[in-house]
Design a protein around this ligand. Structure first.
Ligand code: APR
Length: 320
């Protein structure tokens, strides 16, 4: 049987890391696509040359032509520009919307059966636009945010409790960014919910609140340290976890930006929710009960996402 084909649209910091991880995990053959000439080819060649030491069997190719992604099983999209000083939110939206248009058209033409994972920011609006521009079924287009946000939450919690990250589970809902909703009562250490751990004296509510805030600010903390560019190792790992669940039909329960209709009282909005990812893409949206405080935070997050989507419609009237 032929190996799966993984197309990475955008060969920047995250794209290159995705290619390296996909090859090392032997998820399939990799095509790195970018508009910059030489970059995807150079990264593909460099990673391929790590193969003899790593001992992986995967081919890597760099491309500037969408024809090279033909028949891809998975497309992971990081194409776009980051927000630069002096650039307004709408400037960024306008630029990355144009990028999503060209990417969506390229995928629709050459890889219409792919499972598509968008990473480009502002995430919830970009994945919504990408699904519209590509015309692919909504269950085959999703965005990576929740796996990363909950990984950050799990990391900080493991530091606080002094336990293995493997034993910490965490739940994050809502849009990617300041309004994300870390759900403490659904987050656990070896099955013990965080509020119980506060009662048991393992931590205090104040410390927990500070960890929640640090999780919300997780991306900005790294931007502040790096000074140029944003996080790329953990974002790439998170998207690879989602791609692997699809390719191997693992049916992992992973939070991601999914097209939600019906659940959570939503009507066709892309927002971070728990999902089941398997061979049919987003196979299920898990509709959990929220208490009044959680619902208020979720509504706030949904409104922020709706604001971005409306701004996209204002910039690109063909998106309705
Ligand atoms: N088509 C294809 N590639 C494009 C296009 C386009 N229309 N426009 C830009 N690119 C490429 C750039 O040439 C660059 O190589 O997208 C790549 C983006 O890479 P980086 O700038 O290194 O950004 P990265 O750190 O990988 O993040 C990508 O993910 O987390 C988000 O906010 C982040 O939106 C950003 C995206």
């Amino acid at each position: 049987m032929a190996r799966p084909k993984i197309a990475l649209i955008g060969a920047g910091q995250i794209g290159g890391t995705l290619a390296h991880l996909a090859a090392m995990k032997e998820l399939g053959d990799v095509v790195l696509f970018d508009i910059a000439e030489g970059t995807p080819q150079g990264k593909a060649l460099d990673i391929a040359q790590s193969g003899p030491s790593e001992g992986f069997d995967a081919s890597l190719k760099g491309a500037n032509d969408y024809a090279d992604i033909a028949g891809a099983d998975v497309c992971i999209v990081t194409a776009g520009v980051p927000r630069k000083p002096g650039m307004s939110r709408d400037d960024l939206l306008g630029i990355n919307l144009k990028v999503m248009k060209s990417v969506g058209e390229g995928i629709a033409k050459h890889a219409p059966d792919a499972f598509v994972i968008c990473i480009t920011n502002p995430l919830d609006a970009m994945v919504w636009a990408l699904q519209k521009f590509s015309g692919l079924p909504a269950n085959k287009v999703c965005g990576m945010a929740g796996v990363l946000d909950s990984a950050r939450f799990r990391h900080f919690l493991s530091l606080e409790f002094g336990v293995s990250m493997k034993d910490v589970t965490a739940f994050v809902l809502g849009g990617h960014g300041d309004t994300m909703v870390p759900l403490t009562r659904y987050s656990t250490v070896a099955g013990i919910p965080l509020p119980d751990l506060v009662e048991m004296g393992w931590t205090t509510q104040e410390k927990l609140d500070a960890i929640v805030q640090r999780t919300r600010d997780g991306g900005a903390e790294i931007v502040g340290l790096l000074k140029t560019g944003s996080a790329f190792y953990a974002p790439a790992t998170s998207a690879i976890e989602m791609a692997e669940s699809y390719l191997k039909d693992q049916k992992r329960v992973l939070p991601c930006a999914a097209h939600v209709t019906g659940a959570y009282g939503l009507d066709g909005l892309y927002v971070g929710v728990p999902t089941v990812i398997g061979a049919n893409g987003i196979e299920k949206v898990v509709d959990i009960a929220l208490d009044a405080d959680e619902q208020a935070m979720f509504d706030n997050s949904v409104n922020a996402v709706k604001g971005l989507v409306e701004a996209c419609k204002g910039i690109e009237p063909s998106l309705i």
